[in-house]
Ligand binder design. Structure first.
Ligand code: IMP
Ligand code: MG
Length: 226
């Protein structure tokens, strides 16, 4: 069972509010904000430098190249990227992969109220092309409870890919609700709220080149979530 460690009082499933970042922020904000101090006093603690990330991405790409040897007869390797956060990771990963690949994107949002995620997802951007018969690699930014990736996995499997594997830059195994097999993991992450390199808090911080912990008790701007 996942712990609620870093997000005291926030139902674990409720942090699974992709596509509805204002709900996400409203739930987390009280745990990150103590008063109305301005945004510049936010506390970010460096967790992974851009350099660490890039060298790990190169290792993952080499492992993927080794696992999917190119063959004229075989199906192509098709990366399915879960928007938005994972596109930062995917763009670096795909440029480090040497074999031929194709790319597609999907976006999901979770069903449920602001305080209770049902763990079911709704597709907000469909795949552009059919994945039947392809070797599919789902690319995720971070796997937390596992609810999102599990639902995406079910949905992709129904479309009949020849194979389906999952790559995630970050894995928070300590918060898992839904067991999920991750084939390629960049880093095991602590049970803390992370931002940067695609990871956001209310759509902010995605552009940071490093991954940081958004420290609990940091003074975020009072306008977040509005
Ligand atoms: P899960 O369904 O609980 O595994 O959560 C999946 C999604 O929640 C991720 O793809 C992220 O969009 C978001 N998420 C989970 N943990 C974090 C975090 O520490 N920082 C930013 N987003 C997160
Ligand atoms: Mg997100």
């Amino acid at each position: 069972m996942a712990s609620s460690g870093s997000y005291p009082g926030v139902p674990v499933g409720a942090t699974n509010c992709r596509g509805n970042s204002s709900d996400y922020s409203r739930l987390l904000l009280p745990h990150l904000v103590r008063d109305n101090e301005p945004v510049h006093s936010s506390k970010l603690r460096l967790l992974l430098s851009a350099q660490q990330i890039q060298s790990r991405v190169a290792e993952l790409a080499a492992a993927i190249d080794a696992d999917y040897p190119e063959s004229a007869a075989g199906p192509r390797l098709h990366l399915v990227v879960a928007l938005k956060g994972a596109c930062f990771f995917a763009v670096d990963l795909v440029r480090a992969i040497r074999r031929d690949v194709s790319l597609d994107f999907l976006a999901v949002s979770s069903y449920g109220s602001a305080t209770q995620s049902s763990g079911r997802i709704r597709i907000t951007k469909e795949l552009d092309s059919d994945i039947a018969g392809l070797d599919v690699l789902l690319v995720e930014d971070i796997v937390d409870t596992g609810l999102t990736v599990k639902q995406i996995e079910h949905m992709l499997r129904r479309q009949g890919p020849r194979s389906l594997r999952i790559a995630a830059l970050l894995d928070k195994p300590g918060r898992r609700i839904e067991p999920v097999k991750l084939n390629y993991v960049g880093f095991e992450a602590p049970d803390e709220f992370l931002v940067g390199y695609g990871l956001d808090f209310d759509e902010r911080y995605r552009n940071l080149p490093d991954v940081h912990v958004l420290e609990s008790g940091s003074r975020e701007t009072a306008s977040l979530g509005q």
